[in-house]
Design a protein around this ligand. Structure first.
Ligand code: 5GP
Ligand code: MN
Length: 342
């Protein structure tokens, strides 16, 4: 691991050994890596005899609700009291798959005021210094891949079981889009070690990728047919969905997961955006190919950030103005888009 000193791992090892109650918090709108790394780590810690709770601020998609991990998931928005007391009763708080407190949504203030030890395990660039011990390794495909190696560094690999392995595998599978991007030799080494636990990869594949509702498939069809706008002259495209459109297709959390990737399947498109109208803001997602920096684009224009090729942000303009802003920005990025090497 490039960025983390050996001392950090020995501190983490001692802290985890001494702790009896541990909370694990993933980022808001948890995805497969957020939940997979939290449950994988949580199961290993539970197998060590710790009392563990995973505390996401809001609910996660149904296609991630088949895990066999035996760790309670206390969704803050569903039961604020239990989530809050579990969090503050724990000896250690571990944040996974995010790089700044703000990414935990309404849990931000609680994370900030948590007075005992805080540990961060994450693979996003530009981590802020909000935890006592930080393992931030951006070369990793996923936090789940990183959790596996962290468990080895703190000599706790023996606590990984089939349930933990299944969760970690799912984190890697989803954050790499089914092993299609950001993979490395290390990713496949970790995957091959996870396969030693006899996880059912075919079952996981179909649970994650072939488990959609008819409404979601129709929303995808509608988004591509009626709502995708392509700008071949800028090698860019976007999809936008209003609250009313989502309602028409009985939107459930997670239904638009992955939509932003589709325009990148178009010949010569290197930059794709998805705008989703929420109650108080517009959620933006960006994906790119090659060296076009989706994270810098999001940071500079949409209050966001993320990875080079996968980023997100928020707009507080209204829906139409947000889209107008995006389309008016494209000429400024024309040279960079046309020069992008894929
Ligand atoms: P998604 O488009 O799936 O919501 O997010 C893709 C990636 O962008 C995430 O893994 C995360 O790194 C980053 N991201 C998403 N939304 C935000 C945001 O509002 N702020 C920041 N800093 N990063 C975000
Ligand atoms: Mn991740």
């Amino acid at each position: 691991m490039k960025n983390t000193e050996i001392q950090t791992f020995s501190s983490i090892k001692n802290i985890l050994k001494a702790a009896s109650k541990i909370s694990i918090v993933p980022h808001e709108n948890p995805d497969g890596d957020a939940i997979g790394s939290a449950l994988g780590l949580g199961q290993a810690l539970k197998n060590m005899g710790k009392e563990v709770a995973v505390i996401p601020v809001n609910d996660y998609p149904d296609f991630l609700k088949w895990f066999s991990a035996d760790v309670p998931v206390l969704v803050y928005e569903r039961d604020k009291k239990s989530a809050k007391s579990a969090l503050f009763e724990s000896d250690v708080l571990i944040c996974v798959d995010f790089n700044e407190e703000k990414r935990a949504g309404h849990l931000e203030k609680m994370i900030h005021s948590f007075g005992k030890t805080k540990i961060l395990i994450d693979h996003h660039p530009y981590p802020t210094d909000f935890c006592h011990h930080t393992v931030s390794e951006t070369q990793y495909s996923s936090t789940a891949e990183l959790v596996f190696d962290v468990l080895a560094k703190v000599e706790m690999t023996s606590f990984i079981d089939k349930r933990a392995a299944e969760a970690l595998y799912t984190g890697i599978l989803t954050d790499t889009g089914g092993f299609s991007h950001n993979t490395s030799k290390n990713t496949f080494r970790v995957v091959s070690e996870l396969l030693e636990y006899d996880i059912e990869t075919d079952k996981i594949q179909s649970s994650v990728f072939h488990n959609f509702s008819p409404d979601r498939m129709k929303l995808l069809g509608y988004s591509l047919n009626d709502k995708m706008v392509v700008f071949p002259e800028y090698r860019a495209a976007y999809i936008s969905l209003t609250k009313d459109e989502l309602k028409q297709f009985n939107f459930k959390p997670g239904d638009t997961e992955g939509f932003v990737n589709y325009p990148l399947s178009i010949n010569n498109i290197v930059f794709s955006a998805l705008f989703i109208e929420k109650d108080e803001y517009v959620k933006a997602s960006f994906r790119s190919k090659g060296n076009f920096p989706a994270n810098a684009f999001s940071r500079d224009n949409f209050n966001g950030g993320g990875h080079l090729n996968a980023a997100g942000g928020e707009s507080f303009l209204n829906f139409e103005e947000t889209i107008k802003k995006f389309t008016q920005l494209l000429p400024q990025y024309k040279h960079q888009l046309l020069d992008t090497i894929i």
